[in-house]
Ligand binder design. Structure first.
Ligand SMILES: *Cc1c(COP(=O)(O)O)cnc(C)c1O
Length: 437
């Protein structure tokens, strides 16, 4: 029943094997779904050691679960990180990642080009925790340095920003974070670790909405926090949650007791324990299954997206295309540096007729699904200004690449000719309806 991963495995090998050995009790080769809330203690001493964090093991599935643990190990391995904490959703992952770092009055400096939901979460709900988000344009890394204050505890960016196909200079922003003695958090949802590994470029913590390309089939909402294990929590007095004794665990100091796994263990022992946003075993299993084919899917996603971007660039009903894979794109050089294997499959373009044409186009597609998700095997389309970004003001919409004429595509893995045919007929029919008015 022995099974081992070769030394220095490639990404395709990790995607299939990392974290997942045959089940020691049954030999089951696929990871079992441990659909259980709790775990029997061997005796009272065993229980006490688990509760004291002296022994690794399972107590209750809000904290840890064997199926979820395989997912945590697999994504951490893919990212080149030390450990992972799976969460109920990508948004839960963002809160869980900031929770050990922030206290009332503290600040996070975030890119203003982010997933619309993240702008809402940070711009509005964080205030209820006393946290303050300061948004800056990530195109110039100096903007982050200028916004950092004594109260700044983290910098937050997306490697490949949703929805606009924007690539951030990760290494330059990492340098700003390093100078300030604070961690850089990178949401790597759109690029995935197959295309981009932020930790190799200086990121300290990587965040995922596993809902998207990692699960890949549009089946399971989930999130992940991966810690690099390299941030020194004792370098200053900014992070007492990790560098000072924790009263609820008999005064143990996480960073001292757990070293490079401190952030990950805090994420379970306090983060998931108290915030409760754990991932279900079933969702973890669906996501593991998805990750097995991540490299194959991403290659097809990227090739199809490139072909669609080139097609749209030539289309008379299209005014612009923002896809970092195109030679002419302003982010192409950064894409070549940070994600040379492909620019992902989510990008935006502008329709010549503006808001009305955008709405008509999403109603005219047949193969594409009009819905609020990305990273599915199926091709997806949305008009952000009338849906995902409608809570934002028009200025905010434009600032984050979701103005009235913008259509966002998430190109699937179907036959490329079918994808292009559908977009062409939808663009023509939207333009004809406009002309008829
Ligand atoms: C979807 C998404 C999120 C939020 O994730 P959920 O799983 O929907 O909570 C965060 N960041 C990015 C880039 C996303 O695409």
């Amino acid at each position: 029943m022995s099974q081992s991963i070769p030394p220095k495995p490639g990404v395709e090998t990790l995607a299939v094997h990392a974290g997942g050995a045959p089940d020691p009790h049954t030999g089951a080769r696929q990871t079992p779904i441990y659909q259980t809330t709790s775990y029997v203690f061997e005796d009272a001493d065993h229980a006490a050691s688990l509760f004291n964090l002296q022994l690794p093991g399972f107590i209750y599935s809000r904290l840890t679960n064997p199926t979820v643990a395989v997912l945590e190990e697999r994504v951490a391995a893919l990212e080149g990180g030390r450990g992972g904490t799976a969460t109920a959703s990508g948004h839960a992952a963002q809160i869980l990642a900031l929770f050990p770092l922030m206290g009332p009055g503290d600040e996070v400096v975030a890119a203003n080009k982010l997933y619309g939901g993240s702008l809402n979460q940070m711009g509005h709900s964080y205030k209820k925790f006393g946290w303050k988000a300061i948004f800056v344009d990530p195109d110039d890394p100096a903007n982050f340095a200028n916004a950092v204050t004594d109260r700044t505890k983290a910098i937050f960016i997306e490697s490949l920003a949703n929805p606009g196909g924007i690539v951030v200079d990760i290494a330059a922003v990492a340098e700003v974070a390093k100078q300030a003695g604070i961690p850089l958090l990178v949401d790597n949802t759109m690029a995935t670790p197959y295309l981009c590994k932020p930790i190799e470029h200086g990121a300290d913590i990587v965040i995922h909405s596993t809902t998207k390309f990692l699960s890949g089939n549009g089946t399971a909402v989930g999130g992940m926090v991966v810690d690099s294990g390299t941030f020194d929590w004792f370098q200053n007095d900014k992070f007492p949650s990790l560098s000072q004794p924790a009263p609820e665990y008999h005064g143990l100091t996480f960073a001292e007791t757990f070293g490079d796994t401190a952030f990950t263990i805090y994420g379970h022992a306090i983060g998931l324990r108290d915030l409760g946003a754990c991932q279900s075993p079933m969702n973890a299993w669906l996501t593991l299954l998805g990750i097995e084919t991540l490299p194959l899917r991403m290659d097809r996603h990227c090739a199809n997206a490139m072909a669609v971007a080139q097609f749209l660039q030539e289309h008379p009903a299209v005014s612009w295309v923002s896809y970092a894979g195109l030679d002419s794109d302003p982010y192409h050089a950064l894409q070549q540096r940070y994600m040379p294997g492909g620019a992902g499959s989510v990008f935006t373009f502008g329709v010549t007729g503006g808001y009305e044409t955008g709405v008509r186009m999403v109603e005219a597609v047949e193969l594409f699904s009009h819905l609020a998700n990305i990273g599915d095997t199926r091709s997806l389309i949305i008009h952000p200004a009338s849906t995902t970004h409608r809570q934002l003001s028009e200025e905010q919409q434009i600032a984050c690449g979701a103005g009235p004429d913008v259509i966002r595509l998430s190109i699937g893995i179907e036959t490329i000719d079918d994808i292009i045919r559908d977009l062409d007929q939808a663009l023509k029919s939207a333009a004809a309806a406009n002309a008829a008015e």
